[in-house]
Design a protein around this ligand. Structure first.
Ligand code: NI
Length: 261
């Protein structure tokens, strides 16, 4: 079977995989998973991502600092944190900086979030790697940074409008990824986005273990379940499942610099 699933964004270091991580990660290629990018949220999880990438051929790593880790960070030594990430990013299987970005949903101080995000935008540009961006209820400020830095970037679990899409694609080389949310009955904007986004700008993701697509919503997510997100995306766009898988795999390979096979 040709492996057609490229999961652009996952977290296999999550505690929800502690009991059976190895068997899950061993099982995915036989379920059609071609590649998955495991994202760091701090130094430790970025290092773990690299360990998985060393052990499993199909796993790639992203190294970065997530805005939700701000409360644990001593912002006076931010350059030390960034330097650690820069070191990790030299590893040959680190394909991106991330995940980073802005989160205004939780009550997290904004100033250190901005500082961390901006430093990681600069790092990604300086080492010529794409950046994986988390934007939760922070659309205007996220867009501001995209305009300022014109990154090669992925807005993961894209939650903005169709209008915002048109804006972000004017700057840098931006893509978006969609996850299980497009399969949810109450999903209105994500469905519009899935319909309108240019096919060459679309990636698929799980954000595993979270955001599991219907019919497994509420259970733990893994990369094989992208099939359901792809199927729903195909329905919305009037495309075949095979074409959605092929295009999103091609896009992810191009974006992350992974050879398409
Ligand atoms: Ni994530």
């Amino acid at each position: 079977m040709e492996k057609m699933i490229f999961d652009a964004h996952a977290h296999y270091n999550d505690i929800k995989f502690d009991d059976d991580r190895e068997s899950v990660l061993n099982s995915l290629p036989d379920k059609g998973v071609f590649a998955a990018v495991n994202n760091g949220t701090d130094y430790k999880s970025s290092l773990e991502s690299i360990k998985y990438a060393e052990k499993y051929e199909y796993i790639y790593a992203a190294a970065g600092i997530h805005p939700e880790t701000v409360p644990e960070i001593d912002i006076t030594i931010i350059d030390d944190y960034i330097e650690q990430i820069a070191q990790l990013a030299q590893h040959k299987k680190v394909v991106a900086i991330g995940e980073t970005g802005l989160d205004y949903y939780w009550d997290i101080p904004k100033e250190p979030q901005h500082l961390l995000f901006e430093k990681q935008l600069q790092l990604a540009a300086s080492i010529n790697k794409p950046i994986i961006i988390h934007d939760r209820e922070a659309h205007a400020d996220t867009l501001g940074y995209i305009k300022k830095y014109c990154p090669t970037g992925l807005l993961h679990c894209y939650s903005g409008s169709v209008e915002m899409l048109k804006e972000i694609f004017r700057y840098g080389d931006m893509c978006i990824s969609l996850g299980g949310v497009v399969t949810y009955k109450n999903a209105r904007v994500p469905v519009e986005v899935a319909k309108e986004v240019p096919i060459n700008k679309l990636l698929l993701e799980t954000d595993a273990p979270y955001l599991t697509p219907v019919p497994f919503r509420g259970k733990r997510n893994d990369s094989s379940l992208i099939m359901y997100t792809a199927q729903r995306t195909a329905e919305i766009r009037g495309m075949t499942l095979d074409d959605v898988l092929k295009y999103t795999k091609e896009n992810a390979c191009r974006f992350y610099g992974v050879e398409y096979k």
